[in-house]
Design a protein around this ligand. Structure first.
Ligand code: SAM
Ligand code: SF4
Length: 466
């Protein structure tokens, strides 16, 4: 046991009341509301509308799902294939899908943001990635100052990968770390040395990458405040520009690989919150600024500047700086956000292959957002990015009386206010410093689906908020 206190202002009772299943709000409505009534025809119609916007910048997300081996904690949509030859045809399908989308956007091919996520994009060789990206970059072109980002696993990423990506114009990189403690690494089947991580950070910096990010996870088996503090200190010593400190989303009923994690080895909710509070203290002490609910950035980093200037945005990758006006998703399970609707691709490789092979856009489900979805999305977005909502501005923007429209939601928020987590003021609402630790719970007050559909569900669809 540790003598360290749980985060400031957090009593055991407060924690018990708030540690419950809830979304991370990378979208609203969240992905569990996506349904099969939304089809490729809807996507075609919205792409047609999007093309009419001419020069408006796009964001593009490309999902590269393959990994050599499964980390036991992993909640991402991955395909484990030690046989690399089996993964090669996927790149051809991606090229074809990019062509199908590009055909529908003859006037709108310029992007402000390209993100390669996974899985592990650098599972592919530098030559394979270059082959796919050259093709993609002939179809879609970066705008001046565009952000080209890639997620890498330092265990499989070489200097040649970094060089190839830099040569193609990539300027942002995010490295998966999670925890440097050997016992924790063993418990999650992910052995990764500090040295290999440091070498990659150095190489990325030499090749002009900025906004270099490291991902950590708190709440993993065997983590203690002492071990996690050492991990955070190592990350600070690496001198990265940004760090994401994610709450471990433990959803074994959705991700079978997590069943192999020993539940008794997981830290308690109190310890979990202490781990985050400690990481926060260490990053702030080292001069980083807090960004949204789980990121930290150096004051001169783009993310910190965007936060100060009110330009921070939330998207499926977390927090973003220069999002396009529409998001194109390519690859299995990828989610697009085009002209007021979310579209998610087929999650299974076989169905994805079938659709793309037949020249069809591989949309499997989605949501066409209603006017009510849009205004709630704006409120939740403000809360998640800035911990406050300018309710007067929302009222003006959407032509409604905030107090009246959100009467039920504000009643829920008042209960949070009574517990010291929020303040409801004339013209604005805000999270208190303690409330910032529970911002997902505050956002849930404005989530209509949560209370009308998911309240009291026996089998939760979301991870716990702490
Ligand atoms: C696609 S992975 C990153 C790239 C690469 N595959 C790697 O692991 O280094 C994206 C990030 O998601 C986070 N992540 C994965 N599973 C998670 C979970 N169950 N809970 C919280 N974060 C998770 C990890 O921090 C991971 O670095
Ligand atoms: S955490 Fe990264 S490397 Fe590990 S299984 Fe998930 S996507 Fe693959």
């Amino acid at each position: 046991m540790t003598e360290r206190p749980v985060a400031r202002g957090v009593t055991a009772e407060l924690l018990a009341r708030h540690d419950r299943p809830g979304p991370r709000y990378t979208s609203y409505p969240t992905a569990v509301e996506f349904h099969e009534g939304v089809t490729a025809d809807d996507y075609l119609a919205r792409l047609g509308e999007a093309d009419g916007l001419g020069d408006a910048p796009l964001s593009v997300y490309v999902h590269l799902p393959f990994c050599d081996e499964r980390c036991l904690f992993c909640g991402c949509h991955v395909i484990i294939s030690p046989d690399h030859a089996a993964a090669a045809p996927y790149l051809e399908l991606l090229k074809r899908e990019a062509e199908l989308v590009a055909d529908r956007l003859p006037h709108r091919r310029r992007f402000a943001q390209l993100h390669l996520g996974g899985g592990t994009p650098t599972y592919y060789s530098p030559e394979q990635l270059t082959g796919f990206l050259r093709h993609f970059l002939r179809l879609f072109r970066p705008l001046p100052g565009a952000e080209l980002a890639v997620e890498v696993d330092p265990r499989v990423t070489t200097a040649a990968h970094i060089d190839a990506l830099a040569d193609l114009g990539f300027n942002r990189v995010s490295l998966g770390v999670q925890d440097f403690t050997p016992a924790v690494q063993q418990a999650v089947n992910r052995i990764q040395s500090l040295e290999q991580t440091a070498a990659l950070v150095r190489r990325a910096r030499e090749r002009g990458f900025h906004g270099i990010n490291v991902d950590l996870i708190y709440g993993l088996p065997l983590q203690t405040p002492e071990t996690f503090e050492r991990t955070v200190e190592s990350v600070v010593d690496l001198g990265v520009d940004r760090a994401a400190v994610y709450s471990f989303a433990f959803v074994p009923w959705v991700r079978g690989n997590q069943k192999r994690i020993e539940e008794e080895a997981l830290p308690s909710p109190e310890t979990k919150l202490t781990l985050f509070a400690l990481a926060r203290e260490r990053f702030l002490g080292a001069g980083y600024e807090p960004i949204g609910m789980d990121h930290f950035a150096r004051p001169d980093d783009e993310l910190a500047r965007a936060k100060r200037e009110g330009r921070l945005r939330r998207n499926f990758q977390g927090y973003a700086v220069i999002p396009g006006d529409d998001v194109i998703g390519l690859g299995i399970s990828a989610i697009g956000d085009v002209r007021g609707a979310y579209f998610q691709n087929e999650k299974k490789l076989s169905t994805y292959r079938e659709a793309v092979g037949a020249g069809r856009l591989p949309v499997a489900r989605g949501v066409l957002r209603s006017a009510d979805d849009e205004v709630r999305r704006a409120v939740i977005h403000e809360l998640m990015c800035n911990f406050r909502v300018d309710t007067a501005a929302i009222g003006r923007r959407y032509g409604l009386d905030f107090e009246r429209y959100f009467a039920d939601d504000l009643a829920l928020l008042r209960a949070e206010e009574a517990q010291g987590l929020a303040r409801i003021l004339p013209g604005r609402i805000e999270a208190t410093p303690t409330g910032e630790l529970f911002v997902r719970n505050l956002a849930m007050c404005f989530d209509r689906y949560m209370r009308e559909k998911h309240a009291g569900e026996a089998r939760p669809v979301f991870s716990r908020t702490v």
